[in-house]
Write a protein that binds this ligand. Structure first.
Ligand code: FE2
Ligand code: FE2
Length: 283
């Protein structure tokens, strides 16, 4: 299959639409938690940022769909907009059910350049999801919360995996349609990943522990004495698991898994003390 072809477009749109799960957060059965588990849930540092990010994403992605002429791409992006809004509703339900201390975020404002915002958001999601998959796996292995909670949230992470796979295929398709060569596409991706990393870095530097860094700063919450090699191995392993569910012909985000693999190999060359450094230093 040629990237940028009609066949490619049909595949990434249909795969996305066909794998949509019908569920309503308002009717989901949240597990009962004891006091220790409730305390652990409340200590997770990113509910605030997750709520505002998902609300903004829902609004912006839905607006992006309105700008698309191609009916298949439009339907897929509209569906992603619904899923992002549903994520925000799910977090609202979680906050209410478990009485999490989260302030109501400001009403989201639609960005002026929706297409640029959608592109930036897509690359940011690739970064964020990679760390989120790893942390979810680490928290699950550590029995941070009951397994029923992980079973409930597992499909949500698969939804994020669907979003980033759709995004990487969409942007490659659009650039191929515009006659952009591979080399240019690589440079364009590197530029956007750079912006995404910069934004993530800004978020980590400018906010406190209650809200900073949607996922990259949260790993230490789940596992005491987490080492850098453990963290990197978990992100690589969990990403592979999520990505193995997709059609082999589809592209998948590769930059972060590659960088993590290089970093993991580098840690084997470091003295043992350096590997014991805490994960927040790396995030
Ligand atoms: Fe989302
Ligand atoms: Fe998403």
């Amino acid at each position: 299959m040629k990237l940028g072809s009609e066949e490619h477009k049909q595949l990434f749109c249909q795969d996305f639409i066909n794998s949509h799960l019908p569920y309503e957060p308002e009717t989901m059965a949240f597990p009962e938690l004891n006091e220790t588990e409730l305390d652990r849930l409340r200590r997770i540092p990113f509910w605030q940022i997750a709520l505002s990010t998902e609300r903004e994403a829902g609004m912006m992605v839905s607006a992006m769909a309105e700008t698309i002429d191609d009916p298949e791409i439009r339907a897929a992006i509209a569906l992603q907009g619904e899923e992002e809004s549903r994520h925000a509703r799910l977090i609202e339900c979680l906050i209410r059910h478990y009485d999490l201390q989260v302030e109501e975020p400001p009403t989201p404002v639609l960005p002026k350049n929706v297409r640029l915002a959608f592109t930036d958001f897509g690359f940011e999601e690739c970064l964020d999801s990679f760390f989120a998959f790893g942390m979810f796996g680490l928290a699950r292995e550590a029995n941070y919360l009951p397994e029923s909670m992980f079973t409930l949230f597992d499909p949500i992470l698969d939804e994020e995996a669907r979003h980033i796979v759709f995004f990487i295929n969409w942007i490659t398709y659009v650039q191929a349609q515009n006659g952009r060569a591979n080399l240019f596409r690589g440079a364009h991706s590197a530029l956007h990943y750079g912006r995404a990393l910069f934004n993530m870095g800004k978020m980590v530097l400018t906010t406190d522990g209650n809200s900073g860094g949607f996922t990259a700063t949260g790993a230490k919450t789940f596992v005491d004495d987490l080492t850098l090699p453990q963290f990197l191995s978990a992100t690589i392993r969990e990403n592979q698991k999520r990505m193995s569910k997709f059609d082999d012909r589809l592209l998948e985000p590769r930059l972060l898994p590659r960088l993590a693999s290089i970093a993991l190999k580098a840690t084997t060359l470091l003295p043992k003390r350096a590997n014991e450094m805490k994960v927040e230093a790396s995030s």
